[in-house]
Ligand binder design. Structure first.
Ligand code: AMP
Length: 219
């Protein structure tokens, strides 16, 4: 089962991908997460992508597509993959299809999480993560119970994404509407497209996504 989850930055696709991974045992490929990890490790890919990411710009297609192809070669991917952050353009969507068909695979579901820009800015600029266990928080909607202490593991160290600033968010949203939103029509024509209201709470969004998957499974 291969799923593309897409939506503007801050729509909650990372959270939903994690839930899908747990429910269906899929591999979660977040291209952004892979790039952030490469940057922390100071690899060539990390160094090449850092400057572009910090400006809210896209990383070159060949780097992303190679990452996708390599991931799909991992044996754990036989069960399926959730693509989170890729494709981001029609070009990448076409390339993803070619890569998948070259490996005798295909896409089963494409789900867009829809949400308003005004909500997104707060969601993005407020978010931070525990450095110890990765638990996610938000200054506005989900602060830690005790200031500066992780609710889950007690760590006092937190990280914020370098590209989660108000200025970069605007650029990332611009890129989303110009380059990524056309995927809606692209996948609608292929009969793969479904959408979910990202303003619902996390559990409700997950329920809608699960019902899309279950419904299609049997039709
Ligand atoms: P994300 O974590 O999905 O918000 O991605 C963070 C950043 O990583 C993006 O703003 C881009 O700079 C880069 N990136 C992630 N995925 C892609 C992709 N498919 N194509 C180009 N750039 C990407």
């Amino acid at each position: 089962m291969n799923i593309v989850l897409f939506g503007p930055p801050g729509c909650g696709k990372g959270t939903q991908a994690q839930l899908l991974k747990e429910k269906y045992g899929l591999i979660h490929l977040s291209t952004g997460e892979v790039l952030r990890h490469e940057q922390a490790m100071k690899t060539e890919l990390g160094l090449e992508s850092k400057r572009l990411m910090e400006k809210g710009l896209f990383v070159p297609d060949d780097l992303i597509l190679e990452m996708v192809s390599n991931t799909l070669d991992r044996p754990e991917c036989l069960v399926g993959v959730i693509f989170d952050g890729v494709p981001r353009t029609i070009y990448q969507a076409e390339a993803l299809e070619r890569i998948l068909s070259g490996k005798k695979k295909s896409l089963d579901y494409v789900i867009e999480i829809l949400i308003d820009d005004a909500v997104l800015e707060k969601r993005i600029t407020g978010r931070f993560t525990c450095k110890g266990c990765g638990a996610g928080y938000n200054d506005f909607s989900k602060p830690t119970k005790e200031k500066g202490i992780c609710d889950v593991c007690g760590s006092i160290e937190f990280v914020r994404r370098a590209d989660d600033t108000a200025e970069t968010v605007k650029q990332r949203l611009r890129m989303y509407y110009e380059q990524t939103r056309p995927l809606t029509e692209y996948y609608r024509k292929k009969g793969l497209y479904e959408s979910v209201d990202g303003l619902l709470d996390v559990g409700e969004v997950a329920q809608v996504i699960n019902s899309v998957i279950e419904k299609r499974k049997y039709t």
